[in-house]
Design a protein around this ligand. Structure first.
Ligand code: SF4
Length: 156
């Protein structure tokens, strides 16, 4: 009986620690977010624009990182061809357990203007689960920022 009680107390303590840890990570994610960007098309210019002085995305805690291991979110934009599929899969697998993917622009959503081509994927959804879509060809920087902020709000 004593052992059983001890095990129960241990489990409750661990649960409390875990929920506190979850609260802390959620708070961090709601204030700042690390994004790894994979781009192969003209939409990349719009993503670059949000880093510039006009939009200054850092004031909302939006940071772009150069390694997928440090990222909370992967952002995919541009045309995805069959040849690029293994590269993208490698990148995706090097993320942590919580994989969040944002598809930016028509090409990443459904193949865009090249959807009739045999070697172009009809969107990144053909290989991975997509959490957020930002439509447009190209989408405006405001739309990209809005999607990221919506994702951040999810943790509040
Ligand atoms: S969606 Fe349009 S702007 Fe974006 S990469 Fe494709 S063709 Fe270029």
């Amino acid at each position: 009986m004593k052992i059983l009680l001890r095990k129960m107390v241990h489990k409750v303590r661990n649960f409390k620690k875990f929920s506190l840890f979850n609260k802390l990570t959620n708070w961090v994610k709601s204030t700042s977010i690390n994004i790894y960007c994979f781009t192969s098309g003209c939409c990349g210019n719009e993503i670059l624009a949000i880093l510039g002085p006009l939009y200054d995305s850092e004031r909302w805690g939006i940071n772009f990182v150069s390694s997928p291991e440090r990222a909370d979110v992967i952002m995919v934009s541009g045309t995805i061809t069959e040849k690029m599929k293994p590269i993208l899969e490698d990148l995706y697998n090097s993320f942590g357990n919580e994989k969040v993917l944002i598809a930016v622009g028509s090409c990443a959503i459904n193949g865009g203007p090249f959807y009739k081509s045999d070697f172009v994927l009809k969107g990144v959804k053909e290989i991975f689960n997509v959490d957020l879509y930002v439509p447009g060809c190209p989408p405006r920087p405001e739309a990209i920022i809005n999607a990221i902020l919506k994702y951040k709000d999810h943790f509040k």
